[in-house]
Design a protein around this ligand. Sequence first.
Ligand SMILES: Cc1cc2nc3c(=O)[nH]c(=O)nc-3n(C[C@H](O)[C@H](O)[C@H](O)COP(=O)(O)OP(=O)(O)OC[C@H]3O[C@@H](n4cnc5c(N)ncnc54)[C@H](O)[C@@H]3O)c2cc1C
Length: 457
Amino acid sequence: MEQSEAVDAIIIGAGAAGLAAASELRANGRTVVVIEARSRVGGRILTYRDPDVAVPIELGAEFLHGTTPDTDTIIQRAGLTAIDVVGDSWQAREGHFRKTGFWKKVNRVLRKLDEHRVPDRSLGDYLAEHASRKRKSKHARARALALEFVQGFHAADAALVSERWLARVANTSAGNPGDLRSGRLLEGYDRVTAWLARDVFDAVELNTVVTNVDWERGRATVICRDADGFLRTFEGSTLIVTVPVGVLKAAVGERGAIEFRPEVPGMVEGMDGLEMGSALRTVFAFTERIWEHGLPRAPRKRGGLTQLSFLHSPGANFPVWWTQFPVRTPVLVGWVGGPRAAQMSTQPDTEIERLALNDLASHLGTTYECLAGLVRGSWMHNWDSDPFSRGAYSYPAVGGSGSARKLSRPVDQTIFFAGEATDTEGRSGTVEGALASGSRAARGVLLALGVASLPNQ
Ligand SMILES: Cc1cc2nc3c(=O)[nH]c(=O)nc-3n(C[C@H](O)[C@H](O)[C@H](O)COP(=O)(O)OP(=O)(O)OC[C@H]3O[C@@H](n4cnc5c(N)ncnc54)[C@H](O)[C@@H]3O)c2cc1C
């Protein structure tokens, strides 16, 4: 078994949170090692580039949601280009299009959720109660759209997700995309993690899967298996754990699962209140911008679909599609989140893409065969079946609106949990939340190691 020299902090995971923590600790003169199971950094940021496609193809995170100070700092320092998402939202069904008013209706429902409700309940229970009180079809439509939004945006199961948490995030910077700025990175999201990795690349151990953590106050021993099957151990005074909640919850012995000896106080309690949501995104590059040309029933007035940004078709397998507008390029992304995504993710990628294209053809009022003939390439990544993510991103279940706070508390000045799921400011499930959580954990480590001065930013 190979044993490395002891470091100030061992970090498990080279996603946004792990890299942010590593880079901040390094900047403050601390020694780190970052252990990463995959053969790349970035985690749930996964950007693919195809020489025939003008834009980067995002298979994980794509949007900057709301206010993103930590990401903005990197964008600025790395010289990246953020562009605002603008354009029109349309609802489409079998080739008939109408403007949606999607956010107005969704917000009408979300704003009534109660942040302080005792006892907490699920969105599903909330909607069921209101369905019996407000039967008019306009209310039913707003409820259906709110359900679609929560499943899609938060990747959540309405039967599980906490009303208290939804109410809280609806009022925060990342929670309500209808009201807030959203943006994209022209060069690709992976430039954010690549920029962070630049400072710490020599400390990152790729293809190294953590299986066990033995710890006591002031010491952590991390046992891993490398790509050749050899055991490796790392010693540190502190440990930052950034693996997704799905991995934290995996049973010992499953791929990616980590056994902590002794159990970490508060960890089970914290993660029990959190669920890993499912989402599927399929990316299609076409030979032309099909929505602008030749659709039989496309709207013609005021520019028609030339500024199409989002296309909604509630109830479909893939109920949301988007273009890259204002960048005019023949790429469409299909999205589904929540239980429908979880169900579909058990199927092979080719079948998922077939279902997606079939839906798109139906929304646009054309045929599968016609669209398939115009596809230049298609891409997806199944995050549910990926052992190192085990889902897309987290959300609090009923009674779990305080779970992230529990999980984010330092344990014995030795173990620090970070990662999107531990964000307590309503930014869980986002890159910004992950970056901020990494910085928070790094500051905790600096305090634990007895650094009296303020950290170097
Ligand atoms: C399809 C999809 C779309 C998304 N869209 C957006 C979006 O538009 N905007 C947005 O802000 N966010 C979005 N997100 C969420 C965002 O990607 C995540 O919140 C963020 O990237 C999480 O970063 P992290 O560091 O917390 O976790 P991760 O990026 O998951 O990093 C954890 C790392 O730990 C590693 N790991 C796991 N197990 C082990 C082990 N046993 N040993 C060693 N290493 C291990 C993993 O390989 C991974 O690299 C999306 C996510 C998905 C999946």
